[in-house]
Design a protein around this ligand. Structure first.
Ligand code: GRF
Length: 221
């Protein structure tokens, strides 16, 4: 890989607040990346406005217009290839991508998930945390593989669960932490400090035994 700005594609389905965090990082110069395309499977995704405002090419690929997952995935792959994306970031992208897609982007596609993986893969994470009575929760960024929310975890951010928390308050408190996590983690890719080999995350050339943990000063330990 060259040492030029990393060419990043971001896939969204909804609000796009994590996309906005990445755009802000790009525009401020904090992140050495070019967001080369934003893809949404929903034409009404509110997050598209952030991309348009920053003049980033937007592609809506509605899954309803394709006969099956493979055809939908192929349309997205075509866009990513044309955009020459080096890294694909799933930021609130609510469609499952097929195993061929995951294979094609092996080691170059990451997903943000609102739980401390491997806990609570899938949906409704906040209510499941509350029901279990957990004392902490958080968010994870992992490499995408064929299994749902199952690839090697790169990084996490943690926060306590308070006595009076409900799903809303957890989501409201986790949101800003997710933004920091996504920016700090994508920055590792921009700095070419993270690789994926044989189902393992390599950080600064060494395999990590535990996900990198984001600290209050936005660095990892
Ligand atoms: C985040 O909570 C993320 O963890 C989950 O979807 C949400 C996306 O939020 N995968 P936004 O669209 O980036 O605001």
């Amino acid at each position: 890989m060259s040492q030029d700005k990393l060419r990043v594609a971001v896939l969204i389905s909804g609000t796009g607040s994590n996309l906005k965090a990445l755009i802000d990082g790009m525009l401020s110069g904090a992140l050495k990346l070019d967001i080369v395309t934003v893809v949404s499977n929903r034409k009404d995704a509110a997050g598209l406005k952030h991309a348009k405002k920053a003049s980033i090419p937007v592609n809506v690929v509605s899954h309803t217009e394709f006969p099956d997952r493979e055809a939908h995935d192929a349309a997205i792959t075509g866009i990513l290839q044309t955009a020459d994306a080096e890294l694909v970031v799933l930021a609130g992208y609510m469609r499952i991508l097929g195993k061929d897609f995951a294979k094609q982007y092996n080691g170059r596609i990451i997903n943000l998930h609102p739980s401390l993986l491997p806990l609570y893969k899938g949906l409704d994470t906040y209510n499941r945390v509350l029901k279990a009575g957990d004392s902490e929760t958080g968010a994870s960024i992992h490499f995408v593989t064929a299994g749902l929310d199952s690839g090697a975890v790169i990084s996490q951010v943690r926060m306590p669960v308070l006595d009076d928390d409900d799903a809303n308050s957890l989501s409201n408190r986790l949101g800003p932490l997710e933004h920091k996590l996504v920016v700090a983690t994508v920055d590792l890719f921009c700095q070419r400090q993270v690789q994926y080999q044989h189902d393992k995350v390599y950080y600064q050339g060494r395999p990590i035994q535990q996900p990198l943990q984001l600290q209050a000063d936005d660095t990892f330990f």
